[in-house]
Design a protein around this ligand. Structure first.
Ligand code: 4GX
Length: 246
């Protein structure tokens, strides 16, 4: 699953070009028993299995020795702090990052002594930490210089600016009854920039108002947002008045 995914797309090309190096380690190679066990029954009873600490400690020791220095160790788990674009940028400046992929019910709690951060990619339950780890690798790799062709597009990525993206259109200008917004065909780049800002702000206001608290807005964006909020308040007032019959 991990090998096949890492061979594809932007991350695959980054590895080919030597911009990033990703090694996959099978914890079974760090076991000592005949069955190469990486899990065991939980103390205290109950269903499911728990990942044993020693293979994880041995794997971390081997990685540390090979890379020469303490890596940033992340554990993918629903108990973690939500993985964000800001976290991706932060991890991209670590020389080495280890993504510990949990399986079963989780890992022995003592493993956390070697974990720098627990990260969750969202509030749903997956059957292993491999897909979250691949998500983290992808988002972090995009911050490594040269990985994304256009540095500008990383800087302008909607989440780097803290706002949702504006709508995109390509040819043809008319599909069925749907036309591309006239401003985008106008060639007026100042107007286009303003329209895109307004659309980004309007979408964020409606779909993810929580993002606006942290977004860094320029003067023009603050003004546009105030206008949009006024429009929105007007609509709410209108609805309230209709309900109360005023
Ligand atoms: N975002 N899972 C990890 C096993 C597990 C449980 C506890 C360590 C501690 C997930 C997520 C996720 C399922 C990966 C349970 N490992 N990880 N796994 N959502 O659902 O990160």
């Amino acid at each position: 699953m991990i090998e096949a995914s890492l061979a594809e797309g932007v991350v695959g090309r980054a590895i080919e070009r030597g911009l990033i190096d990703v090694a996959i380690h099978d914890l079974r190679n760090f076991t000592a028993d005949r069955h190469r066990s990486v899990d065991d029954v939980p103390y205290g009873g109950g269903p499911g299995m728990v990942m044993k600490p020693e293979p994880i400690f041995k794997a971390l020791d081997a990685i540390e020795a090979r890379r020469g220095g303490r890596p940033t160790v992340l554990l993918t788990t629903p108990q973690g702090a939500r993985f964000t674009q800001a976290a991706a940028e932060r991890y991209s400046s670590s020389k080495n990052v280890v993504l510990l992929c949990g399986r079963y019910e989780g890992v022995d709690e003592r493993v956390l002594s070697r974990v720098d951060e627990e990260v969750s990619i969202g509030d749903y339950v997956l059957s292993g930490g491999e897909l979250p780890a691949l998500v983290v690798v992808d988002a972090v790799a995009r911050f490594v210089p040269g990985v994304v062709g256009d540095d500008q597009s990383v800087a302008e990525d909607s989440f780097s600016r803290g706002l949702l993206d504006f709508p995109h259109y390509t040819r043809p200008a008319v599909v069925g009854a749907e036309r591309v917004p006239e401003v985008l065909l106008s060639g007026n780049h100042a107007e286009i920039r303003r329209w895109r800002k307004r659309e980004s702000l309007a979408r964020t206001l409606v779909r993810r108002p929580d993002l606006l608290e942290k977004a860094t807005l320029d003067e023009e964006e603050r003004r546009l947002l105030a206008e949009l909020q006024e429009l929105q308040d007007g609509r709410i007032a209108e609805l309230q008045n209709r309900k109360t019959g005023q």
